[in-house]
Write a protein that binds this ligand. Sequence first.
Ligand code: CTP
Ligand code: MG
Length: 169
Amino acid sequence: MDFFLLVVFVLPAYFANALPVVLGGGTPIDLGKTLSDGTRLLGDGKTIRGFIGGVLGGTLAALIISVLFILPGFTFQTQIICGFLLSLGTMTGDSAGSFIKRRMKISRGKSFLLDQIFFLAFALIFAFPFTPSYVFELLPLIFLFALTYLLHIITNIIANRAGLKSVPW
Ligand code: CTP
Ligand code: MG
């Protein structure tokens, strides 16, 4: 298994996940709604602009990657569709993760293992119909989840060093 191919495959999801930090803000997706448990539906960290920016940005990344490189088992078109679905899945999983966190009374911005697992799992499930079978094997899946978790740890340490986050986790 060529791990480089897997990294290229999953890149749109990483772009979709990261871009809302810079593109987000404004009206929250839940429009400020609080559920009967007294906690927000999703919270102020999930905005409409962030969601749309993540989906469009991830898809644009897929377009640029596809101009440069077509992965085995893809055509130009299916690779872009797959990038769009990875991005849409990422943002959906990201919101679903916040929904679960709010129900568990985990406050906004607190790191949670499910953050990473949710966005990648949703991305892969959304993209499944257009994804070649070599991605959906045990070793590639373990690699993708491990890589995603590792990148999460590294980016948090960098954000902390750069003064963007007060704690390195
Ligand atoms: N963001 C956004 N819209 C989204 C997702 C993210 O505007 N749909 C922006 C928000 O400014 C958010 C930041 O990106 O604070 C980081 O995203 P994330 O870590 O997913 O949100 P958290 O603030 O940690 O909130 P939560 O606890 O709900 O995950
Ligand atoms: Mg967060």
